[in-house]
Design a protein around this ligand. Structure first.
Ligand code: FMN
Length: 394
């Protein structure tokens, strides 16, 4: 029996965000630029610009670039309230009537009310049940939950535990993140009650990503999820990244050694961004005043942008950090955003259709009916159409 599967992927996410597929490209520092958001939007997903790492003087231009290329403001902006230009991010999201904003430690109720008045949806990312409840109390329109297997700063609760916990606790639509790269994953999330999935690592590992080939090569090469681990050594918070000599050196160093590494990379930071010695000294002075025992941590934290830039922008994967979800170990090739999105959508539809077929084949007396058939035995796998080998990636 042929079945219309087009409705299977219609969810509160596609309806409220106005995209074709329930697939979100999350914000990633130095990665989620206008081009990635444009490629995602054109392929039917929903993309977030990484407002925390786009220089203040370039931010409005990046927003305008996406609007010009996609013919609208159906995309989002990610920012953090602690970044210097947080007020600019808030104002620009409202001025351009962007469809959504995402954030971690979030804006207060007053700022959220401004977004709501302008029709900008608030979609914070949370890594724990209590943060989910709090975010909804503050006015979140939807939530992205990120399980601990997700990339970058991440919590300690796996997606399979966090998603049902949050679905039980809140009434707003919930988007599942942390560990997704396949249509099977999307089907599972939708079957559990999620409104869609959000992915960082999978979108970074595309031919539309600005990440340099030498660095992408590291992400493609890693094949053991355990080598994509959490460290506290960068800024004292749980940060998931690919194991490399730099973080091993940082972790092995004494507090004094860590300070030396921090100051050395802070010096690079100064040289590369033109940051003044006065600013560096200011960071150091504040750190000593606040808590002398954590001074190297504070300097590392202030210094994090250069550690990211070294690997993610300049293409020296051993001299910086490589934030990544464990799912990178399951991704063996780069594809375009379109291939990723259409492949995942097609596979999810086939999975869900197979489940529905099984339900309608069940015996009338409520018995088990036909034995379950894995969908690839019914429908040919479609997840990797025309994979683009890494060598040909830009
Ligand atoms: C390279 C990289 C950089 C990231 N940078 C940010 C960031 O700047 N802000 C943020 O909110 N999340 C950031 N994240 C987290 C992602 O937005 C997303 O929540 C996470 O990657 C989802 O898990 P996944 O990697 O398993 O798909 C980053 C993730 C990666 C892999």
């Amino acid at each position: 029996m042929s079945r219309d599967t087009s409705a299977l992927l219609r969810t509160p996410l596609t309806e409220r965000l106005g995209c074709r597929y329930p697939i979100v490209q999350t914000a990633m520092g130095w990665v989620a630029d206008a081009n990635l958001v444009i490629a995602t939007t054109r392929a039917g997903g929903f993309g977030f610009l990484a407002g925390a790492t786009i220089a203040a003087e370039r931010l409005e231009g990046e927003i305008q670039k996406v609007i010009a290329a996609t013919g609208g403001s159906n995309f989002g902006l990610n920012f953090h309230m602690f970044q210097d230009n947080a007020a600019q991010c808030v104002d620009l999201a409202i001025q351009y009537r962007l469809k959504a904003v995402s954030y971690g430690r979030g804006p207060d109720k007053k700022t959220i009310a401004r977004f709501k008045a302008a029709g900008v949806l608030c979609i914070p990312t949370v890594g724990a049940l209590k943060h989910a409840v709090k975010a909804v109390e503050l006015g979140a329109d939807m939530l992205t939950i990120q399980g601990g297997e997700g990339g970058g700063h991440t919590g300690g609760v796996p997606t399979t535990i966090l998603l049902p916990q949050v679905l039980d606790a809140v009434k707003v639509p919930v988007i599942a993140a942390g560990g997704y790269s396949t249509g099977r994953g999307l089907a599972a999330a939708l079957a559990a009650g999620a409104a869609g999935i959000a992915m960082g690592t999978r979108f970074m590992m595309t031919t539309d990503s600005p990440t340099p080939p030498a660095t992408l090569q590291r992400y493609v090469a890693v094949d053991d999820p355990q080598k994509i681990r959490v460290t506290l050594a960068v800024d004292g918070m749980r940060h998931r990244m690919i194991d490399n000599p730099f973080i091993r050196r940082l972790e092995a160093a004494s507090p004094f050694g860590r300070l030396a590494i921090a100051l050395k990379s802070a010096w690079h930071w100064k040289r590369q961004t033109g940051m003044s010695a006065g600013h560096m000294l200011g960071v150091l002075r504040r750190a000593i005043k606040e808590d002398p025992s954590t001074v190297s941590q504070t300097v590392m934290s202030a210094n994090q942008p250069v550690l990211l830039q070294r690997s993610m922008v300049e293409g020296f994967p051993d001299e910086g950090i490589l934030p990544s979800g464990q799912v990178a170990a399951a991704i063996g090739e780069l594809q375009s955003c379109r291939q990723v999105i259409e492949g995942i959508a097609g596979e999810a539809e086939a999975c869900l259709a197979a489940l529905l077929a099984r339900a309608s084949d069940a015996a009338p007396d409520g018995g088990p009916g036909k034995p379950f058939v894995r969908w690839p035995e019914v429908v040919p796998a479609s997840s990797s159409p025309n994979p683009i080998p890494l060598e040909t990636a830009p």
